[in-house]
Design a protein around this ligand. Structure first.
Ligand SMILES: [Zn+2]
Length: 446
């Protein structure tokens, strides 16, 4: 739902505006300070302020327009026309603020607008849109409780908002409450059968519910582990132990400690692979939940490597949402996983990277920026390996030169909507393309 800008109310007044209103305004202000009870002067001055506001509104100088309209409304508080005009200006300034990404200020102005014109439907709708935006931002930071209370407020302004039901379902889903997620999404779909992607989501959720209906759950600290059978209890404990360590250690590196519970599901290998969404070379995946294949978990070294990788995805998502190039997501995840990788695997990866550099067959980072792993899954195995090796190497290069705290700042800035390369240039004071070129040159050094 798009925010609604209100315009019609101004046209007539703007056309009637005097050529030199400033002089007239000063004259009436002076008259009024001499005799404050002069009703005629009060009215004339209010109209002048109102007209001045209309002029500013025409060129969308909202704060200036608001300042004038507020003076008019103060002079004649009972005059409906001035109150309505002020409400329209608050609304329009709020819409402009929201378009610029300042949802909090937008909400403050919609609130003021509603105080002057309580029944104004577009203002209520805009308020709901703003609260849903704020709720989505909180959701992406995994602040589910806060997101829920913001949605509650959105509901207060627009009970029928489809976006509210959709996001509400996402919160339930992230908390692994599949039944309530389904109920919320079904309500959304009943209101808007064409909501993008929603029926597909419901279909997947139905499958997931069926598959996981007899799973056991083990919960501790910030993690909820789901697994299939009793004999996997030991594995679940080992996964939980490691994740608690990752929460502390990788969390310290990124100074990021998600407040809400993260769901981790361990699937039997065949079930994990059957699920078409997973690339079959992967042993784990992060899509808001960490999903793992149990066969890869049997080797404790490999288990740590996979969990460090997937948990880093969860942190990146917490800091930046999905607004990070694929090679950065995978590169940082691999950077965390590297310390748990076996020596031979590390050696192979270096070899792959340096021979690609020699042969000029390195991948273009621009091609690794868009999309998700499902696209990469169509690559030949060798190319997938190179993608991971290259992404890790580039992220390592940036971390050595800039420090991980800077990378964290870049992630946060990208999460607020800056394109990644802009966020990088803004935080680090250098161009990403130049950084990549230097990394490329570093591969030629002995
Ligand atoms: Zn990954």
């Amino acid at each position: 739902m798009a925010a609604i800008m209100l315009i019609g109310i101004w046209t007539a007044h703007a056309a009637a505006a005097e050529p030199d209103p400033e002089q007239k305004i000063s004259a009436f202000e002076a008259a009024l300070s001499r005799s404050p009870g002069d009703r005629q002067a009060v009215r004339a001055l209010a109209v002048l302020y109102h007209q001045r506001a209309a002029e500013y509104a025409q060129v969308q100088e909202w704060p200036a327009a608001i300042a004038q309209a507020e003076k008019a409304a103060q002079l004649l508080p009972s005059e409906r026309q001035f109150a309505d005009a002020l409400a329209v200006l608050y609304n329009n300034y709020g819409v402009a603020l929201q378009a610029g990404g300042d949802t909090e200020q937008a909400i403050a102005y919609f609130e003021r607008g509603l105080r002057y014109s309580p029944g104004q439907l577009p203002l209520q709708k805009n308020m709901a849109v703003a609260y849903v935006d704020a709720a989505r931002a909180a959701f992406e930071k995994k602040e589910y409780a806060r997101s829920e209370s913001l949605l509650q407020r959105a509901r207060g302004y627009d009970v029928e908002s489809v976006s509210v039901y959709v996001l509400s379902g996402e919160i339930f889903y992230a908390r692994d409450d599949l039944y309530n997620a389904q109920a919320a999404w079904e309500k959304a779909l009943a209101r808007d059968p064409n909501f993008p992607g929603l029926s597909e989501r419901l279909r997947k959720l139905e499958q997931e519910k069926k598959r996981e209906s007899n799973y056991r759950t083990r919960e501790s600290g910030n993690f909820r582990i789901k697994f299939e059978a009793m004999e996997k209890q030991g594995l679940a404990e080992a996964v939980l132990d490691f994740l608690r360590q990752a929460y502390r250690d990788i969390g310290r590196e990124y100074n990021c400690y998600p407040g809400d519970t993260i769901t981790v599901i361990i699937y039997p290998a065949p079930a994990f692979r059957q699920w078409a969404e997973f690339p079959d070379w992967a042993a784990g995946v992060y899509d808001g939940k960490i999903r793992l294949s149990d066969d890869a978990m049997d080797n404790p070294v490999r288990m740590r490597e996979i969990l460090a990788h997937e948990y880093t995805h969860a942190l990146i998502y917490t800091l930046a949402g999905a607004k990070v190039p694929l090679w950065v997501q995978e590169g940082l995840a691999e950077y965390s996983a590297r310390q748990f990788r076996q020596v031979e695997a590390r050696r192979q990866r270096r070899q792959l990277l340096f021979s690609a550099a020699r042969q000029g067959s390195l991948l273009d980072f621009a091609d690794l920026a868009e999309g998700d792993l499902r696209l990469v899954a169509g690559y030949p195995r060798e190319k997938i390996n190179l993608m991971y090796a290259q992404s890790e190497s580039m992220c390592d290069f940036m971390i050595q030169r800039l420090g991980i705290y800077r990378i964290r700042e870049v992630l946060e800035s990208a999460g607020k909507g800056k394109p990644f390369a802009d966020a990088f240039a803004y935080v680090c004071g250098r161009e990403l393309a130049e950084e990549i070129a230097q990394w490329r040159r570093s591969l030629d050094e002995p």
